[in-house]
Design a protein around this ligand. Structure first.
Ligand code: DAH
Length: 379
């Protein structure tokens, strides 16, 4: 037996460090795969998953570098130990160095192996992350579609544009003048009560009818004029299945020399034929509106039963749609058009009502609740 070495204490310390190294290296042990047993691509992919993915692996790699520096770096205890060996006798120094080198090689090998495997795995994770499986079905963006009121409004617009009408925008906030006075509805006229609307404190009101646009159009364009004005109107109505405080109308106005009731009837009849089919029959009933004289309401033969009577037309065979008439001379005059030279007709109808009829809605409030389960049906 050889006598206890001169460097026994240092050797013990070296073994102690090695032991601590082994203990701490445990967490990296799964990555310490020797070069000979290279992992297959599948094994690598599996390992990426079981170890927690690319981000975890990057952190692990940083920890391994930190571990290596702590145990084997320039400022490590191990490096101190190597320096201390310089003071040994030449023979002992040679032996001790040999011992240290062998232990160090063992530790370094393990770290290098783990580093290499970790690098491979990080690469695998990156490739996986960037891979696109072109055989997977695409993710379709949810496609929207037009609201049923817009669909019907655009259809009405198309028909009138093809008849030579312009489309007017108008405004939703109005003065009493445009909403009432200019339409031959003076203060205290009973028609004001039936079209009660919402007022601001400074004399404005939300328009209760699109007829207001007749006045703006004549003031701006003069005569002759042919226009329709689709848009929102407002009334102080309590919502119920057939009423909303906000709804949509379309106004029509045609002013020229020699315009008669025949033009009105022909235009409305043609519009309804294009809207609901060739066989549609139109009917006019005498009525009263302050801004027209004479006035008429118009109905059309039920698009569902063709006039035989059904649920939609309440067994009458007819569907009431709107009001119309020859523009009152007072209205023409008030808007700067000479009633001696020009005459015209006007009409107005509710779009929501039309949508409700066409799609058989029991409750037109559904149109404004923005429930996609309802709206989706109109795609
Ligand atoms: N403005 C009327 C309403 O809201 C509808 C109307 C009737 C419009 C006759 C017209 C018309 O242009 O001539 O009830």
């Amino acid at each position: 037996m050889s006598p206890p070495a001169e460097y026994e204490k240092e050797k013990q310390l070296a073994l102690f460090i090695q032991e601590a190294f082994e203990r701490e290296f445990e967490r990296f042990a799964p990555f310490a795969v020797s070069r000979e047993v290279r992992l297959s691509p599948n094994q690598r992919a599996d390992m990426v998953v079981t170890t927690g993915g690319g981000d975890v692996l990057v952190i692990e790699f940083k920890k391994l570098t930190e571990f290596r520096n702590r145990f084997l770096g320039r400022k490590s205890q191990w490096s101190e130990l190597k320096k201390a060996a310089r003071n040994l006798s030449p023979e002992a120094k040679a032996n001790f160095y040999q011992f240290l080198t062998a232990v160090e090689a063992g530790m370094t090998d393990k770290v290098v192996e783990a580093e290499r495997t970790l690098k491979e795995l990080i690469e695998t994770a990156d490739v996986k992350r960037e891979a696109i499986d072109v055989t997977l079905p695409g993710r379709r963006p949810r496609r929207g579609h037009l609201h049923p009121i817009t669909v019907v409004r655009e259809k009405i617009e198309d028909i009138f544009v093809s008849l030579g009408y312009a489309i007017e925008d108008g405004r939703e906030i109005e003065t009493d003048f445009y909403n009432f006075d200019a339409l031959n509805i003076p203060e205290n006229h009973p028609a004001r009560a039936s079209q009660d609307t919402f007022y601001t404190s400074d004399g404005y009101a939300l328009r209760s009818q699109t007829s207001t646009v007749q006045i703006h159009a004549m003031q701006r364009r003069g005569a002759p004029v042919r226009m329709i004005a689709p848009g929102r109107v407002f009334r102080r109505d309590t919502p119920d299945p057939t009423h909303n405080p906000m709804f949509f109308q379309v106004e029509g106005l045609c002013v020229d020399r020699g315009i008669s009731m025949a033009h009105l009837k022909g235009t409305v009849a043609e519009f309804l034929r294009r809207m609901f089919g060739e066989q549609t029959v139109t009917r006019f009933r005498p009525s009263y509106f302050p801004f027209t004289e004479p006035s008429a309401e118009f109905d059309f033969s039920c698009f569902k039963c063709g006039g035989a009577g059904c649920r939609i037309c309440k067994n009458s065979g007819w569907i009431e749609l709107g009001g119309s008439g020859m523009v009152h001379p007072n209205v023409l005059r008030g808007a700067g058009v000479d009633p001696e030279e020009f005459s015209g007709f006007a009409f107005g109808l509710g779009i929501d009502r039309m949508v409700g009829l066409m799609y058989g809605l029991d409750d037109i409030r559904l149109l404004f609740e923005n429930d996609v389960r309802f709206l989706e049906q109109f795609d």
